[in-house]
Ligand binder design. Structure first.
Ligand SMILES: Cc1cc2nc3c(=O)[nH]c(=O)nc-3n(C[C@H](O)[C@H](O)[C@H](O)COP(=O)(O)O)c2cc1C
Length: 134
């Protein structure tokens, strides 16, 4: 099975600070992704969403089309997409990445274009998820 991982950021049209908004998006994502075999993590920070998603390329294409049509966010910026050997987020249909002070610093850098590399962001999100599970 071919596997790819992508990371994008978008601007929320509603409040990312609202736990309700995030909870609804996460529930929907987990429901759909467990059916389509996508895994990943979602972080909300200031007015942005940052999401890493991994799965079959054509399934990812389908998700990107749905995301483009979703009025809950706009200005989707695909930052990175690459083939991968294995999943980093196996077991997480869509994890909620806890925004730690450390992650906050890197997300701020990312948003101001002083970006650490995309793979660095993926690892930071992974840390945030693993930190939560521990
Ligand atoms: C920030 C953000 C992240 C999302 N992540 C996912 C996701 O991982 N998987 C998914 O199926 N839908 C996700 N969605 C929702 C999709 O945009 C879309 O509303 C949904 O897939 C439509 O599902 P439905 O056809 O079952 O109604 C996300 C939406 C937002 C705003």
């Amino acid at each position: 099975m071919r596997l790819e991982r992508l990371i994008y950021e978008s601007t929320a049209t509603g409040s990312t600070g609202s736990l309700g908004n995030l909870a609804v998006i996460l529930a929907e994502s987990q429901h759909n992704n467990s059916r389509t075999g996508l895994t990943g993590a979602l972080a909300a920070h200031r007015d942005r969403y940052i999401q890493v998603v991994e799965g079959q390329p054509e399934v990812l294409d389908g998700l990107l089309r749905r995301l483009e049509d979703d009025p809950r966010h706009k200005d989707i910026r695909l930052m990175h997409r690459e083939p991968v050997e294995e999943r980093l987020f196996a077991g997480w249909a869509m994890a909620s990445a806890r925004v730690t002070p450390e992650l906050e610093t890197s997300l701020d850098a990312l948003m101001s274009e002083r970006a650490p590399s995309p793979s660095w962001i993926v690892m930071a999100l992974h840390e945030a998820v693993v930190g939560r599970a521990a």
